[in-house]
Structure formats: C-alpha cells, structure tokens
Write a protein that binds this ligand. Sequence first.
Ligand SMILES: [Zn+2]
Length: 341
Amino acid sequence: MTDLRPFIAGLPKAELHVHHVGSASPRIVAELAARHPDSKVPTDPEALREYFTFTDFAHFIEVYLSVVDLIRTPEDVRLLTFEVARDMARQNIRYAELTITPYSSTRRGIDEKAFMAAIEDARKAAEAELGVILRWCFDIPGEAGLDAAEETARLAVDLRPEGLVSFGLGGPEIGVPRPQFKPYFDRARAAGLRSVPHAGETTGPETIWDALNELGAERIGHGTSAVQDPALLKHLAEHRIALEVCPTSNIATRAVTDLDEHPVKEMVRAGVLVTINSDDPPMFGTDLNNEYEVAARLLELDERGLAALAKNAVEASFLDADGKARIAAEIDAYTDAWLSR
Ligand SMILES: [Zn+2]
C-alpha cells in the first residue's frame, strides 16, 4: 500500500473545526507555563508530554482547564493564537476557522477589548508571516448556561472583531438542549454571522434537527449520530450542510467506540458533504495530517480522493469566493504535480 503521509503533509488544507485553547501543543503550553511559574503545569517539554497523556475523559477536562488557567493576559492570548497558527503552517494548513470561547477569558478578568485586539493582532501576523488565514467562530460554552450565551452574543455582535465569521455552541449536549439558545443565535445571525453549533456528537439525531431548525445551523460540529436517521442524511446532502467530522476526537471522548466503526463512510455514501478536522489536536494526540491519514484508511482514498476531501473543507468554509478559488487551485496544482512526478 502507498504511504500517503508525504502527500498529506504537503497537501494544502483548510480546517473548520478546531478549538483555540484545545490547540495548545506541549510546546505552547511550556511557553505559557514559563510565563506563569505559580501554575502547576510543568514547563519541561518531556514532563509535559507525560502530562498530556490522558488516562480518561475526566483527566482530559482537568488538563484542559489547567491550560485555560495559563491564559491570563492579552499577551498570553496573542501568544497562544499566533503559535497555534505556526503549528498549522507546519502542516500546510492554509485556512482555519478557529473556535474561540471568549467567555472563558472575559469572565476571568481579561479586558474584552484587549482580548479582541490580541486575537486580531495574531491573525494579521499569522497571515503576513506564516501564510495562514485565520477566521474566528465565537462559541457559547453550553454548560455555563444562558448568562454565558448572552455574554458571548454580546461580545460577538457588539465588539465583533474583523476576523469573526460564525457563532457556535460547544460543551456537553446531554442535559443542555439546543433550542434554549435560539435567541442568541438569532441575534448573531441577524448581524451576519454564520451558524455552526456542535450537535449529535454524544446525543441522537434529534439534536441535529434542533440545531438545523432552531439555530439555523449551516454546518454541524461532529453530527456523528446523523447516520441513525436516513431522512436527516438526505436533508444534509440535499442542502449541502457539511458535517465537521473529527475521527480521533470521537474515539478519545468515546462518542465512537472503535475507529473502524466510525460512521464517516455512511455519511459519504449518503452524499453528505464531509470535512475532516482535528477538534483539540494535541489533547487528543493528533493533528490534521493524522486525521487525513485516518480518513484515507476509513474511506479507502488515494491522492485524488484526499484532494477532494481537502476541497470539501474549502467549499464548506466561510471564506470569500476568491479565497476559496485560490486554495482549491492550490490543492489541484499540488496534486497534479505530485502525481506527475
Ligand atoms: Zn469541538
């Protein structure tokens, strides 16, 4: 079998489902921990690698929160954001919609205007210095309730940074029904933001219907359980509503028990626009290149198939038409050159 890894590594890619704090690699966490020596997080990269080896989901949450605790100043926010883009550039990610939870930072006392300035400064530097185009999705941490939803909508609509394109909803699904967030999504959508809630990761297809009907979802974060409902699959395919599939994450969180049983194949077979993403890559021991490798195996793809998958993400992105055409052309040129070596 051909080793597709070298092809994937050089393939220009777009990523649509990846979290800001969840992208902090051991290298970045070490830098942040060094800035805040009172934290319990180790600064030595070797010790950190061990720290990042998760025993179970509760341990993952614990580590995630300890990283959140390292982001205390606007300069921390800028550093995290720019360094995440550097990790993306190394994987030839040309465009990413990074999901940011501004509520976690503003509630901890970071000045909201300084927060926006920090991410925007990092975004402009990433594009100029690394060639990575970043856009933001501000998401509601569902577990924090309606106050957090109100605050996130206010920050998104009133302080709207230039790079903000969409509005999301994360956190647990069980016990956090989607419809209660409708007024906040209505406000964000009225302001021109696109709707991209997480849905159907840990609950059934009815949550995905709620995301579509109540929150006006234009893409679905995960949508793993869509395969349980043929009518839903048909609806998603007909309306070109993309699913943001994150295979390794689904295993790490036990949303799917075994990679070989991942429903991505059924999604593709039903004609749904499938995109491949990494979610919280270092925390799940993965990166986007690895997710493409997993997808190639599950979907039995060759180079052309992988290029088509990369173009799905470009199509489903909220980049402008010129930007989409440019990245799609880059993918084609790279693939043609690779196959005519
Ligand atoms: Zn996610």
